[in-house]
Ligand binder design. Structure first.
Ligand SMILES: Nc1ncnc2c1ncn2[C@@H]1O[C@H](COP(=O)(O)OP(=O)(O)OP(=O)(O)O)[C@@H](O)[C@H]1O
Length: 233
């Protein structure tokens, strides 16, 4: 993948994720983690290579179908002005009850007394970053997405909202294939597989326990991480 000619962002990269598995993606800033998610959603097209889902090249899948099956919780979600329902389900395919259920599953109904007719200001400015992420998680739930991509927020999310995000990700996507870009390592300690990226390449893969037991880049990253980010280890 290239954003500029002569500057490959992802290269010689092969990853297999089995259906229902959780893959944790780590790597230093600029290593290509978000770009990998962009390739899966086709928000940026690969210049070489392919992404296969169930053996089908995603370029052969109509974009609307791909994006119904693959949902993203971005680092910095931007919402559009309107109602919560319009943000959760722009195509108006879901039943109102499914939208209310999704809000309930991420606890936004209680936290903000939010319902599908709650107003959203331009860019979602009346919600915090964490609350906007929770809304995106509710969108994935309402869509019954088979593949969920999570780009963890790098900016600060308050503790209470962060706990709701982690709880929702942990409990609501059992059996769903998840790719999680982690900036805090504890969020992927339950992953089936970790991939460490460096300069657009996968330089290490393995189960978290296996990587931690050896002298790996992942183990070194964990050693450097602040204790507070590893308390659940
Ligand atoms: N839209 C874009 N246009 C041009 N270059 C880009 C664009 N998006 C990313 N890049 C470049 O591609 C490389 C990989 O960026 P990417 O955002 O995928 O890394 P990352 O590992 O997700 O980083 P971070 O941890 O900081 O989010 C970087 O060099 C970045 O500057």
């Amino acid at each position: 993948m290239h954003y500029q000619p002569q500057l490959p962002v992802l290269q010689c990269l092969t990853l297999h994720v089995a259906a229902g598995q959780k893959l944790g993606l780590v790597g230093r800033t600029g290593s290509g983690k978000s770009s990998l998610l962009a390739a899966l959603l086709r928000t940026t097209e690969l210049s070489l290579g392919q992404v296969l889902v169930d053996g089908v090249d995603i370029r052969r899948v109509p974009l609307a179908r791909l994006r119904a099956a693959v949902s993203l919780v971005p680092q910095e979600p931007v919402l559009w002005s309107g109602t919560v329902a319009e943000n959760l389900d722009p195509a108006q395919r879901a039943l109102p009850k499914d939208l209310e259920d999704a809000l309930c599953k991420v606890h936004l109904d209680k936290k903000l007394d939010m319902g599908s007719d709650t107003r959203v200001e331009m860019r979602g400015n009346n919600f915090s970053l964490g609350e906007r992420q929770l809304l995106c998680i509710a969108r994935c739930i309402a869509r019954h997405s088979r593949i969920v991509l999570v780009d963890e927020a790098t900016s600060c999310v308050d503790g209470e909202t962060d706990a709701l995000i982690q709880d929702a990700l942990h409990r609501q996507f059992k059996g769903v294939t998840m790719l999680v870009v982690a900036h805090r390592l504890q969020t992927i300690m339950d992953a089936d597989l970790i991939a460490v990226l460096d300069a657009g390449k996968v330089v290490e893969t393995g189960a978290p326990g296996q990587l931690l037991a050896e002298q790996t880049r992942f183990a070194a990253l964990c050693e450097k991480a602040p204790l507070s980010s590893l308390l659940s280890l």
